[in-house]
Design a protein around this ligand. Sequence first.
Ligand code: URP
Ligand code: ZN
Ligand code: ZN
Length: 467
Amino acid sequence: MRTLIKNGTVVTASETFAADVWIDGAKIAALTDPEHRDRFGQAATVLDAAGKYIIPGGIDAHTHLDMPFGGTTSSDDFDSGTVAAAHGGTTTIIDFAIQKKGESLRKALDEWHAKAEGKAAIDYAFHMIATDVPPPVLEEMGAIVREGVTSFKLFMAYPGVLLLDDQSIFRAMLRAGELGALTCMHAETGLPIDVLVERAIQKGNRAPIFHALMRPEAAEATGTERAIALAEMAHVPVYMVHLSAERALARVMEARDRGLPTYAETCPQYLFLSEDDLRGRPDDPFEGSKFVCTPPLRPKHHHDHLWRGLRNYDLQVVSTDHCPFCFKGQKELGRDDFSKIPNGMPGIETRLYLLWEAVRENKISMNRFVEITATAPAKIFGLYPKKGTVAVGADADLVIWDPGKEALLSQKTLHMRVDYTPFEGKKVIGAPEAVFSRGELIIKDDQFVAARKQGRGQFIRRGTFNL
Ligand code: URP
Ligand code: ZN
Ligand code: ZN
């Protein structure tokens, strides 16, 4: 059963060209010259994409669905979160399984498979967060990699919960290197941050803004430098997650200039929002809790540095760090103490809309838009060329992107299971008209149209690091 998307303009990370896209089953079967369409036979379904772009489905390399965190659980599960992602043009996510201290990686991976199986509406893969790495766990990393979980996130923050000491980080990096796995670092120096937090609370500085003020840029800069140094000593590649600040970026740039295999992602919240948002409303500073995430939102002047990093290839990926908590009942856990506000913001659905605004404002090209949202995460995380591009033989994960379609970003119009959006009321131009996942039309005119929703998404075993 062939589907033809005709008259569109294909945009990849490197090229923009007019082509008909033929889908056969789950794959892209051919890209052909629209002028000679009649040579290529018939299709059962035909969509006209005149005036539209055909781009690879987005890959969100950083999500937290159904994640226990901060005394509660992120409000999107693999059902609601993946449906929301699809509405926003994302067709693959990489979520994080979390090892509990003292337990095995196997247990964590089984737990995350159970959360996703039968629920996910789009394809998904996993990273593994390692929180405790005695020799048997280091050994076990091999089995995890062989099952297609080929990246490990390690934390320098959250003492007592997720933090690993430098020796453990170093051992885990060495083992990841042996296995061809990629180490992802949450690079904030967490122990002094906890002292700052403790002192703020003692002084009565309890409003959400203090979350940002007690996690200064210096903590991320020093963490980033330390993570890079450890990776350099271990001779392994390293990927900095959710990079937020100028000085952290400067450390990445220095490393890359020295030829080290250092990679980094940022997130839309660090490109479009700022520390000011954490101040909330004059009549209700606690509204700022909606913007509490870690690392925190930074003062506005960081935006230009991050955009420059994206243009200059010092930052390779924009992922969301989607970690939603409702204002009512969840963010409110920290009404009297910012340190109890669950850390994280919703964004799995809004990434492409927001980044397209940057295309419209000439901050990035269309090709770079495709690269940072799909191609680069696919290459870095072992999904390419199955995912992340428009090419013959690739999975037909495609978005027909309408550059003239207006959309309102509002909690009322979006599909994430959370009672607010940080971008409430923002009007954007450019939106998905249709989304295909493995050849199946899943979104059309803002509706989820696939016959099956829960469970149609497949677990994707990723390849090892290969850049
Ligand atoms: O605030 C955030 N980023 N929550 C999710 C956990 C993490 O560190 O990515
Ligand atoms: Zn993190
Ligand atoms: Zn995260």
